[in-house]
Design a protein around this ligand. Structure first.
Ligand SMILES: [Zn+2]
Length: 83
């Protein structure tokens, strides 16, 4: 991966995954990309909005949420649940 290379990323303006160009890097890490559709520069999001390509942590959080019922706090029987 080098400056100017093509990269897929999620564009918040286009609200979808689009073709981007790498505009800023730190070592091997892509820092900033520019959307080729709307030409806006933004931090590289590693295409995070794509649910089918979850990172390990996102996958873990997803599994954890399904186990705990997406309630971060421990449910207390004495308290009423807020909906
Ligand atoms: Zn865009």
């Amino acid at each position: 991966m080098r400056l100017g290379d093509d990269i897929d990323d999620h564009c918040s303006r286009c609200k979808r995954s689009t073709d981007h160009s790498v505009v800023s890097m730190m070592g091997e890490e892509v820092l900033k990309t520019r959307c080729r559709t709307c030409n806006s520069e933004h931090k590289y999001r590693q295409n995070k909005s794509r649910s089918k390509e979850m990172t390990a942590k996102e996958a873990f959080d997803h599994v954890l949420a399904s186990v705990t019922g997406a309630q971060p706090e421990t449910p207390s029987p004495a308290k009423k649940k807020k909906q």
